[in-house]
Write a protein that binds this ligand. Structure first.
Ligand SMILES: [Zn+2]
Length: 435
């Protein structure tokens, strides 16, 4: 894809942390994130013809807007929902243009600031973390997640091993928890990463939930005797911190681009697999920016190095994202069928059925290219190309009602059902694929 002329989505200035961090202290402040989302809206439209697709693509390449779904104007396609976050003024302009083009729309979130505050509603009334118990049903900032990791490591010396695989652009350690008895170093392993995209907070919440379940449930404890899990609760640590302090809807890393005033690279477009081709942008201001070269991001480089080193043992790669309610497998970058399609397809089908059995939530599943959209340079395709036979990406709840602002009250059902799907995939690795 060539560089688009789209303007920077974000204002170039950064609010001072003292001001932002202060806003978390109590209801007397101007609101979370200094009230910057007051009056902003999230609007959904669905183009039903080629002409409407072209109209929306042109529109969002020029309008100051933050696309939630899909992640770039070039990825808009016929009959696919387009969710966009627009500022106060831009919302009216957008609605006017849509009316002019006879394209229907629906307001998903009418006051984004209120929804941001609602998502964190329990913050004041419920204890986020007592000395004895980590609360798995609230969203945690990075420091709390890392403290919890140290605590897991300290209290489960025979089952948990915590280590760092490198450092982020801003110098934060990239921590991973290895789960499983250490006595058998050569057993099969599963890699799970969460929080590749900063604003998808349900991801890190799931990784924490997964670790707790793995250490406490009977079924999982048994699984741990035969499998190891590598769990990376927050892949994009710098972006995650930024989404807590400054911009709730930040997606990319926080690396600097020399010539531009835009920051960050899309962690899921930066891998050396058909890098920066269809579905990725070469413009640093875009949300799907592929970076100056493959593995330019220290976070991607560190995970790629680790996976390469352990690829003989790692039989499944699982990346947790949101939102869309989908279970995706390769390829992302092309429409071809993978060689072990029947095994992977059957596993995905069973995983989605297991997920459905919990709360009757429907997930679509299939190759990412046809189920979601074509995108190049993704971690899933890279893992598959590097010999990991089961590579999946989850898009967790919901389908757009709350979008990235999934309330804390939905952490439990979302994680419970996702556990069933991940369990199904993990158990599958222990059996020979019948096909
Ligand atoms: Zn994502």
């Amino acid at each position: 894809m060539t560089a688009s002329g789209r303007r920077a989505v974000r204002p170039a200035h950064i609010l001072r942390c003292a001001m932002i961090c202060g806003s978390f202290l109590g209801p007397a402040s101007a609101g979370l994130y200094d009230g910057r989302y007051a009056g902003d809206q999230v609007i959904r439209m669905i183009p039903h013809s080629y002409e409407e697709v072209q109209f929306l693509r042109r529109l969002f390449e020029n309008l100051r807007a933050d696309l939630w779904q899909p992640n770039a104007a070039s990825l808009i396609r016929q009959d696919g929902a387009v969710d966009v976050h627009v500022g106060r003024g831009a919302a009216q302009e957008l609605k006017g243009r849509l009316r002019g083009a006879h394209i229907g729309h629906r307001v998903l979130i009418s006051n984004l600031q209120m929804e941001v505050e609602n998502q964190s509603g329990s913050r004041s009334s419920r204890s986020r973390r007592s000395e004895f118990q980590h609360n798995y049903e609230v969203y945690h900032p990075l420091e709390e997640i890392q403290n919890w990791m140290f605590e897991m490591n300290r209290t489960h010396p025979h089952l948990v091993h915590m280590f760092s695989i490198g450092r982020s652009f801003e110098g934060r350690p990239l921590y991973v928890l290895q789960l499983g008895k250490r006595a058998q170093p050569r057993k099969k392993a599963v890699w799970i990463d969460c929080g590749a995209h900063a604003r998808e907070w349900i991801g890190p919440a799931f990784c924490q939930w997964f670790v707790r379940e793995a250490l406490t449930s009977y079924h999982m404890r048994r699984l741990l005797t035969q499998l190891s899990f590598y769990v990376m609760p927050v892949f994009n640590v710098d972006g995650y911190v930024f989404s807590w302090t400054t911009d709730r809807f930040w997606r990319k890393t926080r690396s600097k681009n020399g010539r531009f005033k835009c920051w960050g690279v899309d962690i899921n477009r930066n891998w050396r697999v058909k890098w920066c081709d269809e579905g990725a942008s070469s413009h640093p201001c875009d949300d799907t920016y592929c970076g100056p070269y493959p593995e330019s991001e220290p976070e991607v480089k560190a995970v790629a190095k680790f996976l390469r080193k352990h690829r003989k043992r790692i039989k499944a790669y699982i990346s947790i994202h949101a939102y869309a309610q989908m279970l995706l497998y390769p390829y992302s970058y092309k429409y071809a069928t993978i060689p072990n399609f029947s095994c992977v397809e059957d596993t995905a089908h069973k995983a989605v059925m297991a997920l459905y059995s919990a709360y009757r939530e429907r997930y679509r599943y299939g190759p990412a290219s046809t189920t979601l959209y074509v995108s190049s340079g993704s971690s899933m395709d890279w893992a598959y190309r590097n010999g990991i036979p089961y590579a999946f990406a989850f898009e967790l709840r919901d389908t757009g009602h709350y979008g990235f602002l999934l309330p804390e009250s939905l952490i439990r059902p979302t994680c419970t059902e996702t556990m069933r799907a991940v369990n199904t995939i993990a158990s599958r690795l222990l059996r020979k694929c019948p096909h």
